[in-house]
Design a protein around this ligand. Structure first.
Ligand code: ADP
Ligand code: MG
Length: 292
């Protein structure tokens, strides 16, 4: 490989909105056969909105949203921002003491002298407040519709469910069709529930889904694909994607994502447009073909 041709490749990348860490990155790009895509913030916009508030029997919907919103105001998760925004629209939120983020599961803290938990139903079960059958049904209905349901408990009692949803980016389906046209297999990887993941996957043309993965397990998912002999590119945006981005044969960060993800990656898609992933792979193949 002549350094000059590789340098030209990286220069062309910059024009396409792709920042390449070093010319040698193009070499690994060429061998990629599988592209693992993080769901939230990569395939979807990551901007969630609150769709529904489902209080448990005898609970008040306003108080449910107020306590959950106050706690979520301390978190930067897209779900948290949707809940906190909706709650703040209805009035000033109380403060939080002892806020804790449980990676990939949810948040806990004291609000209005109540010990509040917001997150995956599994997190509530860990806090001895498993969902009632009625709330379980609300979660199932939301997930069936492709939304994400987060459960709320305080003082050891399940209090309700909040339903949020996120929109698929308008360019995602086209980007995934382009990846397939290059002979690459897309895989959707997410901490979100299986059904919401399947709904998004179907909307953008992905068959292979790895869901309900904890942040520290994302890297294992990439390793397992590599153990099958696959050469893996990973596209992600979050702090929770960083280890997987570093483990992948090629890490691509959304320029709209977190600094941690960008630092762990080989390439940055400056505009956060997934179509640039295909441009990067095509560019690498073309640049290296020129060299030979
Ligand atoms: P992704 O892989 O899609 O970016 P995460 O690993 O960040 O998702 O989160 C996985 C799941 O954990 C979410 O779908 C949600 O159910 C739950 N979760 C994480 N953080 C929060 C939070 N702050 N509030 C509520 N739920 C949360
Ligand atoms: Mg993400």
């Amino acid at each position: 490989a002549t350094p000059t041709a590789l340098m030209v490749g990286t220069g062309r990348g910059a024009q396409l909105g792709i920042l390449i860490k070093g010319p040698e990155v193009l070499e690994s790009t060429r061998r990629v056969d599988t592209v693992v895509l993080d769901k939230t913030g990569t395939v979807t916009t990551g901007r969630m909105t609150l769709l529904d508030v489902v209080p448990a029997d005898g609970e008040d919907a306003d108080r449910l949203l107020r306590l959950a919103g106050a706690l979520e105001a301390a978190s930067e998760h897209p779900i948290a921002q949707a809940v906190a925004r909706a709650a703040a629209e209805r009035g000033e939120l109380p403060g939080v003491d002892g806020f804790t983020n449980v990676e990939g599961l949810g948040v806990t803290g004291m609000v209005d002298s109540a010990a509040v938990v917001v997150g995956r139903p599994r997190l509530l079960a860990d806090w001895s407040a498993p969902l009632t059958p009625a709330l379980r049904r609300a979660v199932d209905d939301a997930e069936q519709a492709g939304s994400t349901a987060v459960a709320v408990a305080w003082d050891g009692v399940p209090r309700g469910v909040l339903v949020v949803a996120d929109a698929v980016k308008p360019t995602s389906a086209a980007a995934i069709a382009q990846l397939r046209a290059l002979g690459l297999t897309p895989v959707l990887l997410t901490g979100d529930n299986e059904r919401a993941a399947r709904t998004v996957a179907a909307a953008v043309g992905i068959d292979e889904v790895i869901a309900e993965v904890l942040p520290q397990e994302k890297v294992d998912a990439v390793k397992r694909l590599q153990a099958q002999g696959r050469v893996v590119a990973m596209v992600g945006d979050g702090v929770n994607d960083a280890a997987a981005l570093a483990q992948a044969d090629l890490g691509l960060a959304m320029g709209t994502g977190t600094d941690v993800a960008i630092e762990a990656s080989d390439l940055t898609l400056v505009r956060g447009d997934l179509r640039a992933a295909t441009d990067a792979i095509r560019l690498a193949r073309r640049t290296l073909a020129t060299i030979k």
